[in-house]
Design a protein around this ligand. Structure first.
Ligand code: FES
Length: 360
């Protein structure tokens, strides 16, 4: 069966390579390579992870599925190959993106998966290579890559090739420092176009928000904006925030900056920094207490109140909630002075203490 795209052998590989080169070149021309503060560790995690993913992990998984399928389910090979191309493309892309939405969201809500995804959020600068910055095991377990193999086996080969090109275009574009969507925000007459676009595909502003350190600046949404290609899942599952702005700071609230070997090869290699989440025997201790904490607040200032009960800076959030379903609550102080903030985390008037701890 002919699996080439538009009759050209490996056209998908050339086009994805072309997209990468285009964004890379544009970032260099825009001077982002000169001004970058990336360390050797950052480069090796981003470029190295991209190479291993492209040359080893992805082809291996697709080949394993393909050969296993041919061996065990021979009668099903190319069974849907007669479908209309558009139907194949839509089926591939929508299931792929839904799988990735939940995989990505789970990586923020479950600790063991968060440890594989957190290298992605340790990046303090965006750039197209950040798209590929994750632990190796994160990619090996990624359901989308397995889905590519399944679709190819079932006869969607050409649709997968085109789907990958479109997907890479959106994903690389949303990580790049080029921020193509700013052009649309600048000109009022283009606002209706971007209003429709951002409700369908992931824009740089939407995804940069996901990389924001916290919600304190009113733009960052590290516990939301999980989408990869389409923003429809975030809207459907209530995790979308559209601000059309870019966060003031990117990265993690607390980053012990592990050696790249531990970040990339966890759990096979662990960090020797005992403060690191990926060190041996690391446990997030509960720091919630029965008693409230009295703090001095400044009128007009915003604060992040910890709701997960694991912060080392109680009653405020220090980022320890990553890897759980909790997220902090932003509040603004209405006056100067001392207040009792809840630290039992059951107050019904959180962040303020309502004496609920007395019933515990
Ligand atoms: S540390 Fe952020 S909510 Fe607890």
């Amino acid at each position: 069966m002919d699996q080439t795209l538009f009759g050209i052998e490996n056209l998908d590989v050339y086009l994805v390579g072309g997209i990468l080169m285009f964004f890379g070149l544009m970032e260099v021309i825009a001077g982002h390579l000169k001004s970058t503060k990336r360390t050797f560790s950052d480069w090796i995690q981003e470029v190295g992870s991209f190479l291993v993913l492209s040359v080893l992990i992805k082809p291996m998984i697709v080949l394993v599925i393909y050969f296993l399928g041919s061996f065990l389910l021979e009668n099903y090979q190319y069974i849907f190959g007669h479908w209309h191309f558009i139907l194949m493309l839509v089926t591939y892309l929508f299931i792929d993106d839904l799988l990735q939405y939940w995989y990505h969201r789970s990586a923020h809500e479950y600790e063991w998966l968060w440890k594989l995804h957190r290298p992605h959020h340790q990046a303090e600068e965006m750039g197209f290579f950040v798209s590929y910055r994750n632990a190796a095991l994160y990619y090996i377990l990624m359901p989308n890559i397995w889905w590519i193999g399944i679709c190819t086996f079932l006869g969607f080969g050409k649709a997968v090739a085109l789907g990958l090109i479109l997907k890479q275009l959106v994903i690389i574009g949303s990580h790049s420092t080029l921020k193509w969507d700013r052009f649309f925000y600048k000109h009022k007459f283009l606002h209706p176009i971007i209003a429709i676009l951002e409700r369908i595909i992931i824009t740089p502003a939407f995804h940069h928000g996901h990389h924001g350190v916290s919600k304190l600046d009113g733009i960052g949404n590290p516990n939301g904006n999980y989408g990869n290609m389409f923003s429809i899942w975030d809207q459907l599952f209530n995790s979308a925030i559209f601000t059309r702005q870019f966060p003031t700071a990117l990265g993690l609230q607390n980053d012990p900056k592990e050696h790249w070997t531990a970040a990339y090869l966890y759990p096979f290699i662990k960090s020797d920094n005992q403060k690191s989440e990926i060190s041996k025997n690391f446990v997030k201790e509960t720091t919630a207490t029965k008693e409230p904490i009295i703090v001095e607040l400044k009128k007009g200032e915003k604060y992040l109140w910890c709701k997960c009960g694991k912060s080392q800076s109680q009653p405020f959030c220090d980022g320890a909630h990553h890897g759980t379903k909790f997220q902090p609550e932003v509040f603004e102080a209405k006056r100067d002075g001392k207040v009792k903030l809840c630290n039992c985390k059951v107050s019904k008037t959180g962040p303020f203490c309502d004496n609920s701890h007395e019933g515990l």
